[in-house]
Design a protein around this ligand. Structure first.
Ligand code: ADP
Ligand code: ZN
Ligand code: ZN
Length: 642
């Protein structure tokens, strides 16, 4: 038999081998095959039978059991045909690395899991019962798309837990996706308390060996429940239900490398392939998901009240125009004075946005990227957030001057400013600079819980997932800084973040939230103040429809990347020309907002289409047939336009 084998390499296609006695039951199994000129033995996956070929090398099947079942083959094909992933990269994204390094056969050792519950279920409220009863019949038996649009604290997680219990009783497991940032020990504890140790947790900080071990635990049924960040959606679980919490979160989209898939969308596809329900939960779902619910593709469940009946925080606006020193208005200062625990969102790391030369007026920028450097006070240096370049502050400007001033506002600057004003308060910073060290994350959360910390200044990290019962005031330093992306998603992302931040305050008694802004007349504030996210979605959908943006189309971003500017530009222009011939609509081409990263120039265009697979096929053909000098990136359903 002739067989197509895929290796976990950055190559486009598969390789054909001859395998003696290969049958349909062998599809999806690992094989050992001689590879390349030296015929070194390599492990690959047999993905399908293939046409007869002359002078094929011989390969052998390694295991009794396939590592890729029907579902995985389906997801694998989708990564290829929809996201335009090379076959090797798709395999690499879906399976643990170690699987391709360990030659020992996987021993069939399916176990029956047993779970003893440590903690009883809470008695569901009427609202929760209604939702649980509606979804329950589908568990392990039927596809359904479900959106639970419920404010923070409305009891969504409890619904997930009870549905998962139902799956376990039916002999199935579950996959639960959460944003990377919210994968905290607290969340894990909650699941472990309920179900015992039949859970595997996945996140990017695991070692390859840990990942492999957990993959085996899931594969053999020892841990039927998978809790993890986006890549957990590929785990070989026998799931009866899939849950995606905070479904709008941008960390579900793999923007930084191929394949550029969205874990949430893979979850929906997987649920269809396996005939099981998928539950998307959020206080602020993406406008696209809201639309799916509105047109009846998904069932919509709304939960407008917190379980503990605490009213949602009152949201106030504060005008930044004419504010002294331009950072914190009197309104916010007074509120901070009164409250015991507060939280302030600053949309930027570092002390200041950037450093500007006092003599020539030019910003200090990265020599490798077209981006300004950010000043970090603690290390007293300038850093590029795109490539990691570091420069001392006393380095000369290109004009020869050493005199600089700092402009803009980052977390460190706000922290320093507040420490000056409130010398008696304990003020902490919560951002990725400050939480890199192991345990420091936990320390800040503990400090809040014990009441030791009065004010936390942080980036988007503080807005997500954590429960801080003592916080009574939350604030956004500058609403406009949340709109920075300047793409079609910027209003959506800003309002989501604003509502998330406000949701962090007043868990026990009604809290307060202050949004500082330069544009008090922004109509989105009407919805924000009323906590009426659905109203925003309705408005936004009208705009999207008019301009033919998602969910009324799909955006495919095509980027050309090359050390030579002229080549990168020429090649994106060539692609544009071909698209025009094929009558595929697009915007651009133009230079990217960050026109250079790591000394490579970047140009892009954005295809708007209803037929993604056709456009992807067209692009891949083009890339294969014309040998571009530039790296051509295809990002389907892009959310990142820098
Ligand atoms: P969400 O996921 O929507 O933020 P949670 O499920 O975490 O909400 O619930 C918020 C709080 O209410 C939690 O402390 C949870 O233990 C509690 N809770 C949830 N459902 C119930 C219930 N039916 N009875 C009592 N407490 C509940
Ligand atoms: Zn200068
Ligand atoms: Zn750089």
């Amino acid at each position: 038999m002739f067989v197509s084998v895929v290796f976990p390499l950055a190559v486009e296609g598969s390789f054909t081998y001859h395998i003696e006695g290969f049958g349909d039951a062998d599809i999806g199994k690992r094989v050992l095959a001689p590879f390349g000129k030296g015929n070194r033995k390599k492990i690959g996956i047999a993905v399908c039978k293939s046409e007869k070929r002359d002078d094929c090398k011989e390969a052998v099947v390694l295991d009794e059991m396939p590592v890729f079942g029907k579902t995985e083959i389906g997801l694998f094909e989708f990564l290829h045909s929809y996201y335009g992933s090379g076959l090797g990269m798709a395999i690499k994204a879906m399976l643990p690395k170690k699987l391709f390094e360990v030659i020992q056969p996987l021993q069939m050792q399916q176990v029956e899991f047993s779970y003893d519950k440590a903690v009883k279920n809470l008695t569901p409220t009427v609202e929760q019962s209604y939702i649980i009863d509606a979804i329950k019949p589908d568990v392990a038996s039927k596809f359904s798309g479900n959106l639970i649009m419920g404010v923070t604290g409305s009891g969504k997680t409890e619904i997930y837990l009870q549905l998962i219990e139902h799956a376990l009783k039916a002999g199935y497991g579950a996959i639960v996706l959460v944003p990377e940032i919210t994968l905290t020990p607290q969340l894990e504890d909650r699941f472990v308390k309920r179900f015992g140790d039949i859970i595997s947790v996945f996140h990017s900080r695991l070692t390859p060996l840990q990942k492999f071990k957990r993959w085996l635990d899931v594969k053999f049924g020892r841990t039927p429940i998978v809790l993890g960040a986006r890549s957990a959606i590929f785990m070989p679980a026998k799931a009866g239900i899939i849950v995606v919490d905070e479904e709008q979160d941008s960390s579900y989209k793999q923007s930084d490398m191929m394949p550029h898939y969205n874990g949430r969308d893979i979850a929906i596809l997987r649920a269809k392939l396996e005939n099981i329900p998928v539950v998307l939960g959020s206080a602020t779902p993406s406008v696209s998901t809201y639309y799916k619910a509105k047109i009846g593709k998904f069932r919509l469940f709304e939960m407008k009240e917190r379980i503990k009946k605490t009213p949602l925080p009152k949201i106030y606006l504060s005008d930044l125009n004419g504010c002294r020193r331009g950072i914190i208005t009197d309104k916010l200062l007074n509120a901070l004075k009164e409250q015991s625990q507060s939280l302030i969102l600053v949309n930027r790391r570092g002390f200041a946005k950037s450093a500007v030369c006092l003599d020539c007026g030019m910003p200090f920028s990265c020599p490798n990227c077209s981006a300004t450097l950010a000043y970090h006070k603690k290390e007293d240096r300038l850093e590029c957030h795109w490539c990691g370049y570091i420069q001392k502050v006393d380095q000369e400007c290109r004009c020869g001057s050493r005199r600089l001033k700092f402009v803009g506002t980052g977390t460190e600057k706000v922290e320093a400013y507040l420490k000056e004003i409130f010398p008696d308060k304990t003020i902490e910073r919560f951002d990725s600079d400050n939480t890199k060290r192991k345990g420091s994350y936990r320390k800040i959360l503990d400090g809040l819980a014990s009441g030791k910390i009065d004010i936390v200044v942080g980036t988007q990290m503080i807005a997500k997932g954590h429960d801080y019962p003592g916080i009574m005031l939350s604030a956004i330093l500058c609403y406009e800084s949340l709109l920075a992306g300047a793409d079609y998603l910027s209003s959506e992302n800003a309002i989501q973040l604003a509502l998330q931040v406000s949701g962090r305050s007043g868990r026990k008694n009604q809290g307060k939230s202050i949004i500082q802004t330069y544009n008090i007349h922004n109509p989105d504030f009407i919805d924000i103040i009323r906590h009426d996210y659905a109203s925003f979605c309705e408005k936004e959908l009208k705009i999207r429809e008019k301009w033919h943006y998602p969910p009324f189309s799909h955006l495919i971003r095509v980027i050309s990347v090359n050390p030579k500017k002229i080549v990168a530009r020429k090649e994106i222009e060539h692609i544009a020309l071909k698209l025009k011939d094929a009558q595929i609509d697009f915007l651009g081409p133009s230079v990217c907002l960050i026109s250079k990263i790591r000394n490579r120039f970047r140009f892009h265009l954005i295809i708007k289409t209803g037929r993604v697979k056709r456009a992807v096929r067209f692009l891949k053909n083009l890339v294969e047939n014309k040998n571009f000098d530039s790296r051509i990136v295809i990002d389907v359903d892009a959310i990142d336009f820098f």
